[in-house]
Design a protein around this ligand. Sequence first.
Ligand SMILES: *Cc1c(COP(=O)(O)O)cnc(C)c1O
Length: 407
Amino acid sequence: MDDYLTADRPTFVTHLECSMTGEHYPADTLHNLSKVGRPLLVRYDLSAVGEALSRDTLSARDTDLWRWRELLPVRRAENIVSLGEIETPLIPVPKSGGERVLVKDEGRLPTGSFKARGLVMAVAMAKELGVRRIAMPTNGNAGAALAAYAARCGIETIVFCPEDTPEVNVREIAAQGSRVWRVNGLIDDCGAIVAKGAAEGRWFDFSTLKEPYRIEGKKTMGLELAAQLGWRLPDAIFYPTGGGTGLIGMWKAFDELEALGWIGSKRPRMYAVQASGCAPIVRAFEAGEEHAERWEDAHTVAAGIRVPRAVGDFLILRAVRESGGKALAVGDPAILKAVDDCARRDGLLLCPEGGATLAAYRQALRDGEVDADEEVVLFNCATGLKYPLPPASATLDRHQVIDFEAL
Ligand SMILES: *Cc1c(COP(=O)(O)O)cnc(C)c1O
């Protein structure tokens, strides 16, 4: 990363901007939400980026996340704490999905989920801005990624998760040196504890979209997708939506790429996928609302999208509507069936949230919402290995006569 910065142009960030009011905020100081309590977005001098960087220069670089550095907020390479954030592959799933269905397999990232993209960026910025102690609510994967990156640079972390978070996630967080607490509530209840501690000055609040930089890490999914497809975008994207960071981030990435003249104005239809047991965005989408009310009694096997309330709700809804897409809900049985089919027929073990995107795609196909000849990208956000798998209990006594016909 020798050429990460040049003396006269250490970064292209100009300012931060309130996603609701457009009010400007200075870069290079710590921020959580804007004055009106909404997410802050990072803005860049894109015409200067365009002069400094061409698609050819970019293509000559290693394909990892840091190839996009001119479009990222970190000012100094020494603040990057990398665990190897590779470009994730697009895997065709012709049998369980269809001829033109690709899975962007994010399970190959550090800590086994795409939370690594967001947290590698947020932790680098926290380091750059001198944060010493961070607290965060999580459904599992975000906490694990935070713990890993913070451990590497000696930032103290305290993580709160719902008590029924997948066991492997909780243990992974603890193993990576974070103090993790199981809370008898949902992720927004955990978030309330984090907010209270932050208000008392105990720590910096790292909740989804409550600091500005996770979104910048997640937007690399959109940048990468365009580069992988030869500077065009698919017809539709199915994204498992909890806090919506990735969907909002990709939507932002597409605008930045268009401003650079690297892609045209055509956008994919964005499908925000939720579980029927927790579908606040779907309910708001169908009601034509701009904001989503809290979903009570949220439950689903897809822990990562069990988010009853999202502070970026209006940004998710706006992107989905502008794109001509929809918010779709799928039931747990359809999710589990999709995971099972994809593993058995295409050899790719999805996480339940990834299974939700396949289930939603199938539903959309049946409803005529997508055509079989359209190019579609589904996001598998974590490795299926992090979740409980169906039991496999057959045993064989090697001292007995083996009935080979029965094997
Ligand atoms: C966090 C998470 C999601 C939801 O991502 P958002 O960008 O916050 O909506 C989906 N799937 C998995 C596996 C996750 O960990």
